[in-house]
Ligand binder design. Structure first.
Ligand SMILES: Cc1cc2nc3c(=O)[nH]c(=O)nc-3n(C[C@H](O)[C@H](O)[C@H](O)COP(=O)(O)OP(=O)(O)OC[C@H]3O[C@@H](n4cnc5c(N)ncnc54)[C@H](O)[C@@H]3O)c2cc1C
Length: 429
């Protein structure tokens, strides 16, 4: 293949959600301002948008009906300002303008009415093509240099590309085979940015083999999860836990996984505790056991517990703490009752490791938000460079929040590069 050596107004690196959004907004805004501009969208993957296609179980949870900074981790002051610039209503309206209607599910999550992630990806790519965005798949960017003459010079797998503005939308490290292998972090560092500790987030957790998870594989129920790091309680939330053949997963576990993984990454001790009777105190649980022993003394321990938790789980938990599950409730020695209450209300999960980048939905950590002008997403260190999406130190909980971050940051950067480009000049602002 011949070496390419092209000149563009804007080079967007990364054709994921953030990069596609920024490309579309940049051209739309430029056209509105009567300042047409040339945009190249480079991606190392042969087929772009892999992560959109696998998102939301193949349905793409595009956003959530209520989005606040509290749904994210990172600098919440900055996150709040970014989110305020592009609301959920704007996301819904924007997708409608692309021909995609969204529907709200009971949980507040918004999906395309087709229930197909492909609908979202097709709409974004079609719009890019309609707007003459030059999509360059299989173009891995290997170097970015600031150039006084043209703004930036990008080295990529097929040659060199010059651009007045660069939007970095290279994602994080999750699902490296999709193209998001963390090399964007290296590029950002090379340009002078620092990086906070990064770790897999929204990732299932692997438990020690001594645990009973295998016998419960497929079972899910509510739990209150408390994370303790270096002896301090740092998070407590209630939601659904899914037992699997390797350990635990499900929305609540995925949401808290970031605390555990980041603690490992930074050499801190972390413990995860479960309360399988969310909202119940030890005193209330004890009272309940006493009532059961009086009302139905001959009922077995498992059958008794089955009124509060699933019978399968009750049996596994009893066996785990070496309590006979068939014992009549009235025969349960007080010390066993107290051990059982402890196991039900403050169960320490023996987490061995997370499932790794191949199973993580996002990256916790990244380029610090205070190195970015949150009104435009422009780097405070490198004029003309913009950073958006998951490359930044911001990760949302499960529910469409990470895509909303991609759309919002894409909107800000796209609008900014569109108004900043001077078609009659080769110089940057
Ligand atoms: C299984 C799964 C399910 C998910 N489900 C949801 C969901 O339903 N709702 C939700 O809100 N979020 C979901 N997420 C998270 C969401 O997909 C991401 O937060 C979002 O896609 C991040 O978008 P991005 O554009 O910043 O990065 P990415 O989507 O990671 O895109 C980055 C792109 O940059 C390219 N790239 C990287 N380095 C280079 C380079 N050097 N040169 C050229 N190109 C490069 C990559 O190939 C990639 O295409 C899910 C994630 C996963 C893995």
């Amino acid at each position: 293949m011949s070496k390419e050596n092209d000149i563009y107004d804007v080079a967007v690196i990364g054709g994921g959600a953030a990069g596609l959004a920024a490309s579309i907004f940049a051209v739309e805004m430029a056209l509105k301002n009567d300042r047409p501009q040339r945009i190249a969208l480079l991606d190392s993957a042969k087929a772009i948008g892999a992560k959109i296609l696998v998102s939301g179980g193949g349905r793409c949870n595009v956003t959530h009906d209520v989005v606040t900074a509290g749904d994210y981790f990172g600098n919440r002051h900055i996150i709040k300002n970014v989110l305020a610039a592009f609301s959920v209503e704007q996301t819904v309206g924007w997708f409608a303008s692309l021909g995609v209607d969204l529907k709200r599910e009971e949980t507040g999550k918004l999906f395309p009415v087709t229930d197909k992630a492909r609908t979202i990806l097709n709409a974004l790519i079609t719009r890019c093509l309609d707007l003459d965005v030059r999509i360059l798949p299989d173009h891995r960017v290997t170097g970015i240099e600031s150039s006084a003459e043209s703004g930036f010079v990008l080295q990529h797998s097929h040659g060199t590309l010059h651009a007045k503005f660069v939007v970095m939308a290279t994602g994080g490290r999750s699902i490296p085979k999709s193209g998001s292998d963390g090399f964007g972090f290296t590029l950002a560092r090379h340009l002078g940015h620092s990086l906070t500790a990064t770790a897999p987030a929204l990732v299932p957790l692997v438990l020690a083999d001594t645990m009973f998870h295998k016998t419960l594989s497929g079972l899910s129920h509510d739990v209150e999860l408390t994370t303790v790091v270096e002896g301090h309680k740092i998070d407590c939330r209630t939601g659904s836990l899914l037992w699997t053949h390797f350990g635990i997963s499900g929305p609540a576990v995925m949401d808290v996984s970031r605390f555990w993984t980041l603690a490992q990454e930074t050499g801190q001790s972390a413990d995860l505790y479960g309360n399988f009777l969310p909202g119940k105190t030890r005193e209330q649980a004890k009272q309940w056991f006493i009532e059961q022993a009086t009302d139905t003394p001959r009922r077995s321990l498992t059958k008794t517990l089955a009124q509060l938790v699933s019978e399968r789980f009750a049996e596994a938990l009893c066996l785990h703490i070496e309590c006979d599950p068939q014992k009549a409730i009235a025969q349960l020695p007080r010390k066993d009752r107290d051990r059982l209450i402890e196991a039900l209300l403050r169960f320490r999960f023996p987490v061995e490791r997370d499932r790794g980048w191949n199973y993580a939905e996002v990256t916790a950590g990244g380029v610090p938000l205070d190195q970015i002008n949150y009104r435009t997403m422009e780097s405070k260190l490198v004029p003309g460079l913009y950073l958006i999406g998951e490359i930044l130190d911001c990760d949302g909980r499960i529910g469409g929040f990470n895509f909303q971050w991609a759309w919002a940051t894409g909107w800000l950067a796209g609008s900014a590069v569109a108004t900043g480009v001077r078609p009659d000049s080769q110089t940057r602002r």
